[in-house]
Design a protein around this ligand. Structure first.
Ligand code: B12
Length: 212
């Protein structure tokens, strides 16, 4: 694993990181590998924020750089993606929560693996989520959460899915730093993880019959 890229992100060297990502992706390097290197950098930034070494401003700068990385890599994911979609996923960070880096990683990895992803963004009202599920009839719905105050909207969205008769048609996943197996049970989800790759594996396994 090349640590240089991760450390450049930690040092907030925006232009250096984005240019290196662009060049490596254009040279044909695996975009999933490049993304993982940057995710490690973001993990170190998170640790430094926790220990008080980094302030909110630095954290926001790092998040902006990371979003730039995802933007550059997304078109290159087509190279590693199978032709026929493996399934459809609706993703959201629900009302009360604006953290989206983990959700963006999951969306990118799912697209790379061949899923059609509808990413509704952050601070999403449960009713808007349910409308999207009605519209696109996905195989999976994923909630991402980094802040405990979003638990109430996750519960509400889950109950709305039941009331609308949609819950039995989808597998419901939750992920993100504050989620736990107990939260999964509390909102009646099917799967919980702190690792985007595990989420992708879950979707592939559940849709086993439809692989490539
Ligand atoms: C980056 C960050 C921010 C950035 C967010 C930038 C962005 N665009 O997302 C900014 C600076 C804007 C921010 C703001 C705030 N933050 Co903040 N933030 C963090 C920080 C440092 C890192 C979070 C992160 O991005 N981690 C990296 C990602 C990649 O990890 P992840 O989300 O867990 O995702 C992985 C997996 O979980 C999985 N995954 C994620 N989602 C999903 C979904 C599914 C379906 C699946 C399958 C998998 C999956 O995939 C990812 C890769 O494996 C954490 C502390 C920490 N070290 O965790 C605090 C933290 C989450 N923030 C916190 C808080 C309180 C706030 C603020 C209120 C302000 C403040 N006082 O700090 C505001 C939030 C306002 C709001 N309403 O949301 C608290 C939350 C406390 C709590 N328990 O509720 C934390 C824990 C810090 C702390 N210790 O106080 N924050």
């Amino acid at each position: 694993m090349n640590e240089e890229m991760a450390m450049a992100l930690v040092e907030l060297k925006r232009d250096e990181v984005l240019e290196a990502v662009r060049q490596r992706a254009e040279r044909g390097e695996d975009p999933v590998k490049i993304l993982e290197e940057c995710r490690r950098g973001m993990g170190i930034v998170g640790d430094r924020f926790q220990t008080g070494e980094f302030y909110l401003a630095e954290m926001m700068l790092a998040a902006e750089i990371f979003k730039g990385v995802v933007e550059i890599l997304n078109p290159h994911m087509a190279r590693v993606r199978p032709q026929k979609p493996l399934g459809t996923v609706v993703l959201a960070t629900l009302k009360g929560d604006i953290h989206d880096l983990g959700k963006d990683i999951l969306a990118t990895l799912l697209r790379a693996r061949g899923f059609e992803v509808h990413d509704l963004g952050v601070d999403v009202l449960p009713a808007v989520l349910v409308d999207k599920v009605k519209e696109v009839n996905p195989d999976f719905v994923g909630f991402s959460a980094l802040i405990t105050s979003a638990f109430a909207s996750m519960k509400e969205a889950s109950e709305l899915l039941v009331e609308s008769g949609l819950r039995d048609r989808v597998k419901l996943m939750v992920g993100g730093g504050v989620t736990t197996p107990a939260l999964k049970d509390h909102i009646g989800a099917d799967f919980q993880t702190l690792d985007a790759m595990e989420g992708v594996t879950y979707c592939v396994r559940q849709n086993g019959g439809r692989q490539q």
